[in-house]
Design a protein around this ligand. Structure first.
Ligand SMILES: *Cc1c(COP(=O)(O)O)cnc(C)c1O
Length: 425
């Protein structure tokens, strides 16, 4: 038995499903998850010492490649000075100032330890600030695993949704409206019906949790207008896209300004850091200044903050995002060309350091279109690539990630493998 398989068997004895986050279990592609021993630059090595080119990148954080020497150095240095104090530190000011300086819509920011905490807190803040109960989210967007967000669309367009998890009472989601991504008319209808009860819209402004789906022209602008008109808050969940799609996230790319932004993943550089920030008059509603409660024992942890700050410093280097986007484009284009050569219906899209691959003719713009891609072909492609030492996300509904260490040779090796795998589909 492979060491991966024996570790998976052993893990399953004491860890539910053998994993600490469900997508890691390979359930949607089948097979044995790889247990990772170490990682460096664009590579990860599994328990059997097999090396893979990695396009998961810890699901987004590893934008500088794994174990970047400068990040490792600052983490070691910070650890020597103490792991956690439960009292404020200067590093927290520095990262807050950095986030506020880089992302114009953020005037004040509160640190948490995960994306889930960031979105959960942002929604509580929006409800506290507006005094309204209802929220709008979009089918296919993921905002972490808080109760009110584990919901899918109901039967009618303007009915409230159904829980997508056992353990979430329907009462907990009775204020969550689930609408179609990229359908502005549905949002307009929701505001017409419930306008004065809607606290906020939360959206992944480029969706990365139903594969990669970009907003159609006018969609984000329309959401902004509707929120402003009805005095609801617009929350951009940039946990994935922040410092990944571009230096100022999607808001920098589109010029659409949210009231609150949530961040995590890249801003921790591989350590647990999340954040939510926005206009000062909104943020001042959080405790201890305001009545919206939010707290965390390890929030702003000094070791995690050191990793985040070092990451943000390196991302500010001249030309970083141009290079990253160029490599990502080479990958997406190269995959499309090789699929076409093998007559496989396939398309790809990309932005900054993230990409989507779709086993369908055209790039999808809706959850429905993404769902209609050829999942069986994706599974074959995934396992074919894996057996050639290329590690893509083990699900057809996840975006992929490129790091600054994915140089031309790494991309070429990936495309060479893809050329032979597409021919087998
Ligand atoms: C990953 C993700 C989250 C959840 O973040 P965690 O750190 O896993 O809790 C929330 N929103 C988006 C858009 C994400 O991609």
């Amino acid at each position: 038995m492979s060491r991966n398989a024996s570790l998976f068997e052993r893990a399953s004895q004491t860890i539910p499903g053998g994993v600490n986050s469900p997508v890691r279990a390979f359930r949607s592609v089948g097979g044995t998850p790889r247990f990772i021993k170490r990682a460096q630059g664009p590579y990860v090595w599994d328990a059997d010492d097999t090396r893979y080119i990695d396009y998961v990148g810890s699901w987004g954080p590893a934008i500088l490649g794994h174990a970047h020497p400068e990040i490792v150095r600052v983490v070691q240095e910070a650890a020597v000075g103490g792991l956690s104090f439960g009292a404020p530190t200067e590093g927290e000011i520095e990262i807050a100032e950095t986030l506020a300086a880089r992302i114009p819509s953020i005037e004040k920011v509160r640190l948490v330890s995960s994306g889930t905490e960031a979105t959960m807190s942002a929604i509580r803040l929006a409800r506290g600030f507006t005094g309204r109960p209802k929220i709008i989210k979009f089918e296919g967007c993921y905002h972490g695993h808080a109760d009110s967000l584990l919901v899918k669309a109901g039967s009618g367009m303007l009915t409230f949704g159904n829980p997508t998890s056992a353990g979430v009472p329907s009462e907990f989601i009775q204020h969550t409206l689930v609408l179609d991504f990229n359908r502005l008319d549905a949002v307009e209808a929701a505001f017409n019906e419930f306008g004065d009860q809607i606290a906020c819209i939360i959206i992944e402004p480029i969706a990365g949790n139903m594969n990669l789906v970009k907003p159609v022209p006018g969609f984000l602008e329309g959401l902004r207008e509707l929120c402003t008109k009805h005095r609801a808050l617009l929350i951009f969940d940039e946990v994935m896209t922040g410092f990944r799609a571009g230096p100022q996230g999607v808001q920098g790319l589109t010029g659409v300004t949210p009231d609150i932004t949530t961040l995590a993943k890249v801003i921790g550089g591989g350590m647990p850091v999340g954040a939510f920030g926005g206009r000062a008059d909104i943020m001042d509603h959080i405790a201890p200044l305001g009545g919206v409660y939010q707290a965390g024992t390890l929030s702003g942890n000094p070791v995690a903050v050191a990793a985040g700050l070092a990451t943000l410093r390196l991302l500010a280097e001249e030309g970083f995002y141009d290079k990253l986007a160029a490599q990502t484009a080479k990958l997406a284009q190269g995959l499309s060309e090789r699929a076409a050569a093998a007559n496989v219906p396939f398309s790809a899209d990309h932005v900054g350091g993230m990409f989507g691959i779709y086993f369908r003719e055209t790039v999808p713009t809706t959850f429905e279109e993404v769902s209609a891609s050829n999942i069986e072909q994706f599974k074959k492609f995934f396992h074919g690539m894996l057996s050639q030492g290329i590690y893509f996300a083990p699900s057809a509904f996840e975006a992929g990630f490129v790091s600054s260490t994915h140089d031309d040779a790494v991309i070429q090796a990936t495309l060479d493998a893809a050329e032979s795998v597409f021919k087998t589909l």
